[in-house]
Ligand binder design. Sequence first.
Ligand code: SAH
Length: 405
Amino acid sequence: MNACWQIFFRLSRPAPPPITPNGASLPGTRTRPPRHLADLDPAERRAAAAELGGPPFRGDQLARHYFARLTDDPDEMTDLPAASRAKLAAALLPRLLTAEHEQSCDRGLTRKTLWRTFDGAYVESVLMRYPGRVTMCVSSQAGCGMACPFCATGQAGLTRNLSAAEIVAQVVAGARALARGEIPGGAGRVSNVVFMGMGEPLANYPQVITALRRLTEPVPDGLGISQRSVTVSTVGLVPAIRRLTAERPGVTLAVSLHAPDDELRDELVPVNRRWRVAEVLGAAWAYAGATGRRVSIEYAMIGDVNDQPWRAGALARLLAGRLAHVNLIPLNPTPGSRWTASTPAATRDFVAILEAGRIPVTVRDTRGREIDGACGQLAARKLPNEDGGLVTLAPPVPVPRETSA
Ligand code: SAH
């Protein structure tokens, strides 16, 4: 028995029928989310407020409501003229995500939310409260196109990129729940954000960069989360890592390595056929050199697949003397997967070999596993039915992907 309890409850009326089984828009229909304040920088917000016929500082006022007071309800915006509140909020604070379903475990300290987007796509985010910190795990895309065979999201394919504001909205929702004392442990704030939910963040580069700005800009221009407390995790899209290095956003980079050798990595992370282990790590070390920040090397521990002592030795040699830290993730179960997690003994041996090579290593906890909210389990496949029970969606239908600017 796990020590976890779950709650399933309805948060809203049934969604309008999704347009396709996986909730994606039909080809030719609008797929760009409505413009939102969080897509805009302070100057653009002022310009947008002026375009709506008001003074530019209305943009700043709206930002204060959203990022400092965590509200988008025009009725609470009593510093705005009553006549223009609704118009301003409708134009700059459209509701982007509707909470469709929530599950909690760890006595309420872990909470996964299934969100429906304006066009009927589904994404998930997970809030995890630990002593002294709260981490929000956010999605950057609906689905994912990277096709890693051990990851539930990767099995479903890509539906579309999220907008910057759709990413930020997941964090704002968590911040709001904490500020209102909805999470056990008293009122709190989001201290960490990890881009480890659905999607490959660096495949949605421009929107992710904008979201990083909004998350880290001081309140009230943004949420004021410290750059070093934000982690962007990637399968290893080398040109995008280089671009990130040039932009120096100061965030922590995580690389999903999962194998030290190209032969196995080709299978576990198919994009490895395009950018090999040496090239991915080369880009990661350049990032570490430019930012002074330790790169996190993610390694899912898969029994008898990538957990052999010789692979631990090979990994230790690759990382020796580098600004790196290894995060071992016991493989989380995903539907239909032929793989299982490494045994505790194999994990201990793997850790010991890395430590002998003076490589800092931690084994990640499996927070959220019981509610399919742990790494690689986010698939947005469960939707409440009319009775509040759960239905499983059919596999998604491929749709044309929105190209990023
Ligand atoms: N696309 C990004 C971020 C999403 S997943 C990336 O790949 O880095 C966050 C981490 O969870 C990645 O390291 C991913 O490889 C890992 N992961 C995916 N499926 C998993 C599973 N079933 N068990 C454990 N970790 C998994």
